[in-house]
Write a protein that binds this ligand. Structure first.
Ligand SMILES: Cc1cc2nc3c(=O)[nH]c(=O)nc-3n(C[C@H](O)[C@H](O)[C@H](O)COP(=O)(O)OP(=O)(O)OC[C@H]3O[C@@H](n4cnc5c(N)ncnc54)[C@H](O)[C@@H]3O)c2cc1C
Length: 327
């Protein structure tokens, strides 16, 4: 029986109008687009500068059944040394209109969105200070800090999925701690084009004071070397929290054990393989000391996982997404 052949990148080009087709670039190195500064090339690369261009290329790929990878600020990614096969779409769409209901393209910087909301006297994004990357990436991993998460600000989202452009509410995202349906490989591919966020009028000095306090806490914890932030998710387990008498009281009460606590307790601070190292400042952050490969970063994180499993019987779950060709 004849088998239907899978669509290829060559099938994509004729689906695109000439002005978009001309922007496709072959063999684009990806390390430069990630905060860890590791990773190989994309077979084909497209930088979408407007929401409509992003919609057009993702709809074309979805209708053809052509897999593609959506790149935001690259701050939550470990891209393999072999790179990403197929198409990578970089999201540079960054229009924004700030108001009590703020309408923003998902390629907009999350931190800059906070600065714009501060200028407009609108609170609600103070926790974004110090979170690099795009609004889209923040939505996909339900980014947050200091007990605030982006999922609580969403009114609606402009999305492409299964070849259609739709508007959805926050429930559609199936948010949980650092997670959403877009991180679930079993769900249909979707791209977030834009978001409406609910912000709250607030005196600027109050917004600034809260943001400064958040920033102050980060300065002491964050390493200066390139990283992708916290590598593993914190562990939500009342049973484990109760087994650890030296855990700060607030965390024990909440039943949350920081992954960094477990990693440090296993002696992982400073663990080094090649150019990759578990930060001395924060045991849940793996840094690139200058010449790390993605493989070295992966090996360090697997060793942390192995030690935590051995000592605590807990399998850490990656917050950072390992993407590309790891064969
Ligand atoms: C120094 C540092 C500090 C950090 N601190 C925090 C913190 O306090 N809290 C926190 O939650 N995170 C933190 N992070 C992690 C990271 O910054 C966030 O997860 C961020 O929101 C990721 O956004 P991004 O644009 O870089 O996403 P990327 O890394 O580019 O992408 C992440 C995932 O989202 C997908 N994606 C991105 N945009 C879209 C879109 N428009 N549509 C569909 N899919 C999309 C990508 O395909 C990928 O699967 C930190 C990272 C660093 C380096």
């Amino acid at each position: 029986m004849p088998t239907a052949s899978l669509p290829t990148l060559a099938d994509l080009a004729p689906q695109l109008p000439a002005h978009l087709h001309a922007l496709l670039r072959p063999d684009e190195p990806l390390a430069q687009y990630t905060t860890l500064r590791v990773g190989g090339p994309a077979d084909l690369f497209f930088a979408a500068r407007t929401r409509d261009d992003l919609a057009e290329i993702t709809l074309a790929a979805q209708r053809l059944g052509l897999p593609y990878f959506l790149l935001g600020g690259g701050s939550n990614l470990l891209v393999s040394d072999r790179g990403i096969r197929g198409l990578v779409v970089q999201n540079l769409a960054s229009d924004c209109s700030v108001g009590p209901v703020t309408n923003v393209d998902t390629g907009h910087s999350f931190m800059e969105l906070f600065l714009k909301s501060l200028s407009a006297g609108l609170g609600g994004l103070e926790f974004a200070v110090g979170i690099p990357g795009s609004v889209g990436g923040a939505l996909v991993s339900n980014a947050g800090a200091y007990r605030e998460n982006i999922c609580d600000r969403i009114v609606s989202l402009d999305v492409t999925t299964e070849g259609e452009r739709i508007r959805v509410g926050p429930d559609w995202m199936e948010f949980s701690y650092r997670d959403s349906r877009l991180r679930n490989p079993l769900k249909p591919t979707a791209t977030l084009l834009g978001a409406e966020l609910q912000l709250v009028p607030k005196p600027r000095r109050e917004i600034l004071a809260l943001a400064r306090e958040n920033q102050r806490q980060r300065i002491f914890k964050q390493p200066w070397y390139p990283s992708a932030g916290s590598f593993f998710k914190n562990v939500v387990s009342r049973e484990l929290a109760e087994r650890l008498p030296e855990l700060p009281e607030g965390m024990r009460a909440a039943g949350v054990v920081p992954a960094g606590y477990l990693s440090a307790a296993c002696g992982c601070k400073g663990l080094t393989i090649g150019g990759a190292q578990v930060s001395h400042r924060h045991a849940n952050i793996v840094v690139n000391r200058g010449n790390a490969t993605a493989q070295e970063v992966r090996q360090v994180t697997l060793e942390v996982k192995r030690r935590v499993l051995e000592k605590f019987g807990i399998e850490l779950e990656e917050e950072v997404l390992c993407v590309g060709d790891w064969s």
